[in-house]
Design a protein around this ligand. Structure first.
Ligand SMILES: C[S@@+](CC[C@H](N)C(=O)[O-])C[C@H]1O[C@@H](n2cnc3c(N)ncnc32)[C@H](O)[C@@H]1O
Length: 384
């Protein structure tokens, strides 16, 4: 029997685990009673197919003022970001070491475990190169607490309001009237794929979990007449969607989709699904897949979670992305607090990506907002 897990359950369990992490890091924080808590909707509505999407129009959600940020925000965000992680778990040191004899592909999962525990147990002691089947396992168990049941509002707002950064989404005479191409790696149920198609992009929704793509197709079918992803203003034609089963690091999906590179890549909860050991490879692959005039857009989550803590989601921060993408493929140095060492000394290699912008989105998913209402997510935009 599939267990339906609510976001509230998850957040409650994250809070108690976060306290363990905080204690071990000797960090102080206000008592939970002294800070107002946001309304936390159930992650899954009673019908799995009739999902209500968050409003897309600017101004229709509680919004904070857009601010351009610097990388110095990382430390101050740590506590808030940890509270809002979709499955915050204790640091590696808080867990007793596992017996090396324990087979990594047979985690003990019981029906009473909360999603954070299931995820921790699923990935514990499993080497990074064997993570693929673990994701499929979570999808078949319906342990998908990351799913937001709707598209990323910061991506919509970027497409709608910052055309100078991305260029026009729809085909233009200058582009030979060719539709632009986009990639959403680790697309899950594909909400952002549907959004990009409504902006006229031909989109590849890539995931290595077969069940994720099955649910993405069902989701696309369920929302198709709802008007949730109606064509955006000025866009003549919806983009084509290719649901590709495959590994981000392998070329098969490119052949299947008939593309070599992309005009836009959107990374949300994908880089955080990869442990630190895979991040240099992630950066090299992003640089390779991004077309010459393309833009990599990252919705940074869980922004500020120390890089030394267990995942998924493994932590991310602005310095980390800068270090990785400035020198794709190179290892980065992290101090014992989980921060990038000497970020001010990072020099971009000639083939590294340039950060065009880094800002706080004016609205975002509930998990990207701290209990006091501060938006912890960041958006960064990159180019060759
Ligand atoms: C945390 S989930 C996020 C899903 C989606 N972005 C969302 O926000 O709902 C990460 C997804 O990445 C997929 N994934 C992990 N490693 C991958 C890889 N190497 N190639 C393609 N997909 C991968 C997993 O199967 C999973 O569906």
């Amino acid at each position: 029997m599939k267990t339906i897990i609510t976001y509230q359950t998850l957040v409650n369990s994250s809070r108690s685990r976060t306290r363990t992490a905080a204690q071990s890091l000797r960090q102080s924080r206000p008592s939970p009673a002294s800070t107002p808590r946001p309304h936390l909707p159930h992650l899954y509505p009673s019908s799995r197919t009739a999902m209500s999407l968050p409003p897309l129009r600017p101004g229709s959600t509680t919004a904070a003022t857009t601010t351009t940020t610097t990388t110095t925000t990382t430390k101050f965000l740590t506590t808030a970001a940890r509270k809002s992680s979709y499955c915050t778990i204790a640091p590696a040191t808080a867990e007793p070491p596992q017996s090396p004899q324990k087979p990594p592909t047979s985690p003990t999962v019981t029906p009473t475990m909360n999603p954070a525990e299931v995820i921790a147990s699923t990935f514990r002691d499993v080497p990074a190169e064997s993570h693929g089947p673990m994701w499929e396992r979570l999808w078949t168990q319906s342990v998908t607490p990351w799913d937001r049941a709707g598209p990323s509002m910061p991506l919509h707002d970027l497409l709608a309001e910052r055309t100078s950064l991305l260029g026009p989404a729809a085909p233009t005479a200058a582009s030979g009237n060719k539709r632009k191409t986009a990639l959403v790696p680790g697309c899950g149920k594909g909400h952002d794929v549907l959004l990009l198609a409504s902006w006229g992009y031909d989109v590849v929704g890539l995931d290595l979990a077969e069940t994720a793509l099955k649910e993405a197709r069902e989701n696309a079918e369920a929302v198709k007449d709802s008007g949730a992803y109606k064509l955006q203003e000025g866009v003549q034609e919806r983009g084509k969607i290719t649901w590709a089963l495959g590994d981000f690091f392998a070329d098969d999906f490119l052949k299947e989709a008939g593309v070599e590179n992309f005009d836009l890549i959107f990374d949300f909860t994908f880089s955080c699904a990869l442990p630190m050991s895979l991040r240099p490879k992630w950066a090299a692959r992003q640089a390779q897949l991004l077309g010459p005039e393309g833009r990599l857009v990252i919705l940074q989550f869980p922004n500020g979670k120390p890089l030394s803590l267990q995942g998924p989601p493994w932590g991310v921060n602005s310095d980390m992305y800068l270090a990785l993408l400035s020198r794709p493929g190179e290892e980065i140095s992290i101090d014992e607090d989980g921060n990038v060492k000497e970020p001010e000394k990072i020099e971009r290699r000639e083939d590294g990506l340039k950060r065009l912008d880094l800002y706080t989105p004016k609205r975002t998913h509930v998990i990207g907002v701290a209990e006091d209402g501060t938006i912890t997510d960041r958006v960064s935009v990159w180019a060759h």
